[in-house]
Design a protein around this ligand. Structure first.
Ligand SMILES: [Zn+2]
Length: 449
């Protein structure tokens, strides 16, 4: 009995043991299944996730052929060189004209990027980069359709402030370079201030100046400089300031703090309503000398003593007498223009070499001194050292603001001054236009133009 009990016990134990073993196997297989399932999910995920990464990272099938336009290149040559038929090249060229207004190639600037989906496959896209802010994309995906899309790259405009001082023995140009003003903009500043001051003679050590201008960025990289927005120069006659202002019609100009146009012009006829008695000519019979010689100016009838106004603002560079001109005055207006007034009976008081005169200021009185047959004003305009016909020479346009624009300009000037003040105290000396847009919406909108 005991034996049987023992056997039973053993058997039970065996059953229990084997049952336990079976149960363990069951749990184990479940775990294995779950783990396998999880691994499978991970594997599928990895395959799904890694596949595109592997495609772009390890295999980049897209190929780019970049062609820079050289002098003498034509659009059809560039396209046929890449395998386009003449017919396709013509169609592309027509669409470029129609959709993107792209007509002429500019060597040294335009770049073509021919994109193929894979090496050896037909071109799927052409990207033309024409200028830092323009791109044209031509879709070649559909046969015989050459859709052109003009894409404008957005400018991230920042306003930069630079200030400096004329160093001992230095020029404005060198001092401006030292102040970090880009070279191209220094020339713009020259042109702006040229009617107000003489950069050769009015420059003294210690004169202070500043410039507010635009720098254009794309993806945080500086691409180019924009416009000069404001200029200040401590000239001998006092501080000269100029501001850029864009009228509501889109025309931009520069104006002083009172809203007067920065570009001053010259009058073709200094004396109003005076009759022309002799025109400018390359060869005429001289009334006194009797032989043919050029008449380098225009003669206006003017009884002795008629006041002669300066044709434009500038600096008197000669007040003298010679046999031909008699008493004459010569005025330098800017780097380009000079005017001369001859045969004067007398000079106006206070007009000497070096005197700065306003447009319309009386510089002398008509007469008949020098080689002259009767009282008249002989008037010359000298452009870049060459005598030109005062009646036909192209003169810079006078651009003064009307009352409505003057008011708008004065508002902008106040805003511009406040930007300058804040940049003076900002060590970076540069500010994103978008950052000040809320503070000065009108100026910001305009400076973008
Ligand atoms: Zn004359």
């Amino acid at each position: 009995m005991k034996k049987a009990k023992d056997i039973l016990k053993k058997m039970n134990a065996g059953v229990v043991k084997s049952c336990r073993k079976a149960c363990n196997i069951h749990v184990l297989s479940r775990v294995v299944l779950v783990v396998a399932f999880v691994l499978a999910v991970i594997a599928v995920g990895l395959v799904a996730f890694y596949k595109p990464v592997r495609e772009t990272v390890f295999v980049s099938p897209e190929t780019h052929t970049v062609i820079e336009v050289k002098p003498g290149d034509t659009l059809s040559k560039i396209l046929t060189d890449q395998g386009f038929s003449m017919r396709d090249a013509n169609a592309i060229s027509q669409n470029l004209k129609k959709d993107a207004d792209f007509v002429t190639l500019r060597p040294g600037r335009d770049k073509f990027d021919f994109v193929r989906p894979k090496e050896g496959e037909p071109i799927s896209k052409i990207v033309i980069e024409n200028g830092p802010w323009n791109r044209i994309e031509i879709d070649c995906g559909m046969p015989d359709t050459w859709q052109c899309q003009k894409i404008q790259i957005e400018r991230d405009t920042r306003l930069a402030y630079r200030e400096g001082e004329i160093a001992q023995g230095s020029s404005f140009y060198l001092s401006a370079m030292d102040a970090g003003i880009p070279e191209g903009l220094i020339l713009d500043v020259y042109d702006l201030l040229a009617f107000e001051m003489d950069f050769e003679r009015d420059i003294r050590a210690g004169q202070k100046f500043y410039v507010l201008y635009e720098e254009n960025f794309a993806s945080d990289k500086k691409v180019d400089n924009g416009h000069v927005l404001a200029v200040s120069f401590d000239a001998l006659r006092g501080n000269v300031r100029m501001y850029r202002y864009v009228k509501p019609d889109g025309h931009a100009g520069y104006y002083d703090e009172h809203g007067n146009g920065a570009i001053k012009s010259l009058k073709r006829t200094p004396i109003n309503n005076a009759k022309v008695t002799s025109n400018f000519s390359k060869g005429r019979k001289h009334p006194v000398l009797g032989f043919t010689r050029a008449h380098k100016g225009v003669d206006f009838r003017a009884p002795t003593g008629t006041p002669i106004p300066a044709a434009g603002a500038g600096r008197v560079i000669a007040r003298s007498f010679n046999r031909g001109h008699g008493n004459f005055v010569k005025i330098r207006h800017n780097g380009t223009f000079e005017t001369l007034y001859a045969h004067m009976s007398k000079f106006a008081k206070g007009v000497n070499v070096g005197t700065m005169v306003r447009q319309g200021q009386i510089i002398g009185y008509s007469g008949s001194t020098g080689l002259s047959t009767g009282p008249h004003l002989h008037y010359e305009i000298i452009k870049n050292g060459v005598h030109v016909n005062p009646m036909t020479v192209k003169l810079p346009a006078i651009d003064n603001l009307d009352a409505k624009n003057k008011k708008l300009f004065m508002d902008k000037k106040v805003q511009m001054d406040s930007i300058i003040e804040s940049l003076k105290n900002n060590s970076a000396r540069i500010v994103r236009l978008s950052e000040i847009e809320n503070a000065v919406p009108a100026t910001a909108a305009e400076t973008k133009k």
